[in-house]
Design a protein around this ligand. Sequence first.
Ligand SMILES: [Mn+2]
Length: 271
Amino acid sequence: VRPTHLSAAVTLGPDGHAPAYFIRSPRETLSKLKELGYTGIDLLLRHPEDAENSGLDRILEQLNISLVSILTGPGKSVDGLSLADPQTSEAAVQRVISHLVYARRHSAKVVLGWLLGWLPEGAARAPAAALLAESLRRCAVEANRLQVPLLIEPLNRYETNVARTAAEALEWVQLVGGGLGLILDTFHMNIEEANLVAVAAQVATHVEHLHLADSNRLAPGAGHLPMEDFLAALTDAGYSGSVGIEALPVPDSETSATMAMAWLRQRMAVL
Ligand SMILES: [Mn+2]
């Protein structure tokens, strides 16, 4: 098995809470990942201007590392944007479009998780859901025009009530009229899916990227999830896309990235 990329989630600056790596500077972070054998990064990004201001494009080019995907969550956690909120949905759509434009330059994908927002309960739910569907449709149309894969990430119940399972995410894709793919994250799946191996096989044809973390959100092998069976189910169902590590930098970024790569190398060889 040769996935198109082995990537790892990174931040542009120190963020001890994010499941992403950072080692002193973007250049040191990417140099270390390259040295370990990673060929790409998944970038937690508030706005493309942050990437441009950090000189990331030049570092990627010099190190021959690919930007595999943009993780758009900081648009919510930092700027409070939500595709489902009447107050911020327009800005959220524009933010997604700016990510799509930046992603196109790198042949990267764009991932929607936290930006999907949180739907209100009761009578307010239907109009918010309709707004979210319309926002997603606008994003999907632009993604299709720019030929940038736009992926929905099901998140666990503590982070969203929009799409917690792959099946719920696919309902949104259908409602929007297509044009969106899926990314599966084993940490979230462990909380929400009855059987993450069975789900992987069922939805593999919609999957365009992966976030691998073990049950405790540490590097694969550090917890109790059937990570090998999960990857084998996807591979058997024809998945040949990229494989991304999205683990907490515990005990530190370098140690976690090293452990994750050792695990990946061993499994890729036998799958
Ligand atoms: Mn994730």
